[in-house]
Design a protein around this ligand. Sequence first.
Ligand code: FAQ
Length: 333
Amino acid sequence: MYTQAMDVGPKEERKALRSAEEAQLEQRFDERIDAGGLIEAKDWMPDHYRKTLVRQISQHAHSEIVGMLPEGNWVTRAPTLKRKTILLAKIQDEAGHGLYLYSAAETLGVSRDELLAALHSGKAKYSSIFNYPTLTWADVGVIGWLVDGAAIMNQVPLTRCSYAPYARAMVRICREESFHQRQGFDALNVMMREGTPAQRDMVQDAVNRWWWPSLMMFGPPDAESVHGTQSTRWGIKRISNDDLRQKFIDATAQQADVLGVSLPDPLLKWNEARGHYDFGPIDWAEFWRVVGGHGACNQERLAARVKAWDDGAWVREAALAHARKQHTKEQAA
Ligand code: FAQ
């Protein structure tokens, strides 16, 4: 060993020692993950684990704040004061979720400014679902029922994610998402039970438009999931894209019966042998088109976020000026 080090020179020797040390750290990290342990911000972690988390958590944060836009479209046109108040509270919750998640991402050594710059330049992804338009009031109910429903299905397993700051943020987020899902179901239920035939048709039309995009929220099929295997190995993902999608379909097919709406899939059928619903093919070409920036509302959504950022510049500047003033005062005291 000594002779080898002499052969390669001090720089190479340091490099070899470093990689031996890293291999040991990585082994300990893997053992901790295998034992179901949690990783905290200050713990050693492989660079790829850190990058995977920054990618997923920031995409998630972006989804929450871009996700405020489709429903925001209906705040001024909610049918009653009660519905308007509920909608305002829900949208405000989504902003809060974005903030918890940006904070969780920041614990990994990336700044919020960097993350937002990636969103604004179109480099960072956010959930495909928020690139569809909200054409009627029923869309708001369907977003609660299906989109928040899908979000909960995907996010409950994330409360057991190996990265503790993300897992902790998810606990709170899931509690609030559950209220969101229920308010959506309730709004639709009222329209279906007490509404006019035109209102019931409006609900059915919204369900027809949102059903397939909601199934796409879970991501590509497992066979095409680039990050699935590694993220599962690291305990970031606990349930695969396809398994979560199936769980969601099984739960919502029954809720659709209770609501009295049909789901727009002629192949949707309970399969006794599998103990699950069978369902028709998903249009993955549409999914990738939307993810690639060519959905109905991609440009509008991004433009709205960039405008909000630009319009808020004076608030950020004022807050910084105030902090500097306070700091100077404290120093002088
Ligand atoms: N949209 O290898 P995988 C909400 C990308 S929050 C766009 O399987 P992964 C609350 C993926 O990033 C909704 N892109 O990826 C709310 C990757 O591309 P990359 C958001 C998608 O990460 C409700 C590529 O495809 N929830 O709704 C999508 O292992 C109502 C290959 O995919 C979260 O973010 C998609 N749907 O699994 C707010 C939850 N799916 O990065 C307002 C946390 C996949 O290599 C109103 N995230 N891609 O360029 C996750 O659980 C995971 O990231 C998945 C994707 C499951 C979304």
